[in-house]
Design a protein around this ligand. Structure first.
Ligand SMILES: O=C(O)[C@H](O)COP(=O)(O)O
Ligand SMILES: [Mn+2]
Ligand SMILES: [Mn+2]
Length: 527
């Protein structure tokens, strides 16, 4: 009988000697150091084409990382699929594009785009937005409104004006007697609209008021809003309060009956809640009161949830991820367990299972969520590591599961705040938790795999310095490789020669569990 396997994802903990504010390198982390010296270990690829992104310049992210970990294959991901669909023009012959355009034309309405305004390529890409705006004009749509969520999390932390200027230029070029486009509202992505995993529905409620009702602080332009808020509160982009663009006291682009709305984000986790608000508004939606429910045609860039079929209308076919590890293990009758705190709960369940929100088998699969705090995580960099560890150890000690997985968000969520000192503590909290997991695995004689989904905390400084000479914080992920180590594996466990990536982990897990991998998967990392 093979030993059960525990897999820990240290979210956002990249592995590199480069020291650009490397909070992994400088953290006190005796456990990770032990794993990466005394046990079978290597580093693996977690970015670019190794995880299905358009190019090797694309940093990894949780969606593509957990998809690859959970399915053992490399699928072309949203960023790439949307590029291809726009290049070929296929997107404009989709039912959803035609539906949205026809609805606006039939009602003399406005076409709205909501989404993350940047070229971060994690949730969205501004180039997709611009292409669609140009096509809308070509197709005879007269009124376009953009509801711009400001990024500063997948791109430099105060870069919003660059993207706002780029978009305003496009409108300047396009606007004439037949066409009028402008920014109608917006706000920081960590304040309005882009909540995930139901951590804080009030963010989506705020977004509803700002985008749909035009109910918020008014400014003459997005630029004025950004500059005013920065001056008043020193806000960085991701935390900028909501704003409404108005003329003579009247919002320029509320969402009304007869309008169409396209959410131009391709990634699902932070697109699900706002999509539910639109798709379910007349179907018992009860997450927040809706003083206004406009009759609109709503479409997502992709379908974000394959089980819920959400949203109903979408422009580009999402990757249809088949042959996942969870499905494979269920067919083998293996009991499995998954745990994280809210912020990453969907990563080890929904992303892990190929963007499906439901289990393959209720009896064999157990999922446990530890509620996350709703605070900026640099204020509490240990987050819920202790609670996640408690649950993992209880699950190991129960003896019920042959495969157990968890995600510690600290390296990533604290890394995204740009706070180097806090991120050191975040990594150290993960390391402390690992000691307890390692001891539990030793005691129960389970194999432990420790890996990460992409870098972040390993590069906390951006290019350049602040006016006071301190390093500029970097809030986004990095291109670093990630650590991979096997603790307490079977006698003779040895890493193969070769250059591996996240998609090689699934085969490694099932090999350790004593199964042969399905033919679709990439090879195992061990001999
Ligand atoms: O959504 C986020 O917080 C960031 O854009 C990406 O972080 P993640 O890929 O680690 O979730
Ligand atoms: Mn991640
Ligand atoms: Mn992240």
């Amino acid at each position: 009988m093979s030993k059960p396997v525990v897999l820990v994802v240290m979210d956002g903990v990249g592995w590199t000697d480069k020291d650009n504010g490397n909070a992994v390198l400088h953290a006190y982390k005796p456990q990770i150091d032990e794993l990466m010296t005394k046990w079978p270990h290597t580093t693996i690829k977690a970015s670019g084409t190794a995880v299905g992104l358009p190019s090797d310049k694309d940093m990894g992210n949780s969606e593509v990382g957990h998809n690859a970990l959970g399915c053992g294959q490399i699928y072309s991901q949203g960023a790439k699929l949307v590029n291809e669909s726009i290049e070929s023009g296929k997107i404009y012959s989709s039912d959803a594009w035609k539906g949205a355009a026809d609805y606006v034309k039939a009602h003399d309405g406005k076409l709205h785009f909501i989404g993350l305004l940047s070229d971060g390529n994690v949730h969205s890409n501004i180039s997709h937005l611009i292409a669609m705006i140009k096509e809308a004009k070509k197709e005879g749509i007269h009124e376009v409104r953009v509801h711009a969520l400001l990024d500063g999390r997948d791109v430099p932390e105060t870069s919003a004006l660059k993207y706002v200027d780029q978009l305003e230029e496009v409108f300047k070029e396009l606007n004439d007697d037949t066409f009028h486009g402008c920014i109608a509202s917006g706000g920081g992505r960590m304040v309005i609209t882009m909540d995930r995993y139901e951590a804080d529905w009030s963010m989506v409620e705020k977004g509803w008021h700002i985008h749909v009702m035009g109910d918020g602080r008014q400014f003459a332009s997005a630029k004025e809003a950004i500059e005013t808020y920065r001056g008043e509160g020193g806000y960085t982009d991701q935390y900028l309060p909501g704003f409404v663009i108005a003329k003579d006291g009247k919002p320029v682009g509320t969402i009304d009956d007869g309008d169409s709305v396209i959410l131009f984000n391709f990634r699902g986790d932070r697109a699900v809640e706002i999509s539910k608000a639109f798709d379910y508004m007349n179907k018992g939606f009860d997450k927040f009161p809706m003083p206004k429910k406009p009759q609109v045609y709503y479409a997502g860039m992709l379908q974000y949830d394959g089980d819920l079929k959400l949203p109903d209308h979408f422009l580009v076919e999402p990757p249809h991820i088949e042959h996942t590890m969870s499905e494979f293990l269920v067919k083998k009758g293996v009991y499995s367990y998954a745990c994280s705190e809210t912020q990453k709960f969907g990563h080890v369940t929904y992303f892990w299972n190929g963007n499906r929100s439901e289990k393959f088998d209720d009896k064999l699969e157990t999922w446990e969520e530890v509620p996350s705090d709703v605070i900026p995580f640099d204020l509490k960099p240990w987050m819920k590591a202790e609670e996640v560890t408690d649950k993992m150890i209880a699950a190991i000690e129960s003896g019920k599961y042959q495969f157990l997985r968890c995600n510690y968000p600290n390296g990533d969520m604290v890394g995204h705040t740009g706070n180097y000192e806090a991120t050191l503590i975040g990594v150290e909290a993960v390391d402390l938790s690992l000691r307890r997991i390692m001891d539990a695995c030793k005691k129960a004689d389970y194999t432990l795999i420790v890996v990460a989904d992409h870098g972040n905390s390993d590069e906390m400084y951006d290019k350049g310095t602040n006016p006071d000479g301190t390093p500029k914080p970097k809030t986004s992920h990095s291109l670093a490789r990630v650590p991979f180590a096997i603790y307490n594996g079977p006698e003779g466990t040895e890493i193969k020669d070769g250059d591996f990536g996240l998609a090689n982990v699934a085969a490694t897990v099932v090999q350790l569990l004593g199964f042969e991998k399905p033919e679709q998967w990439l090879e195992s990392i061990i001999k």
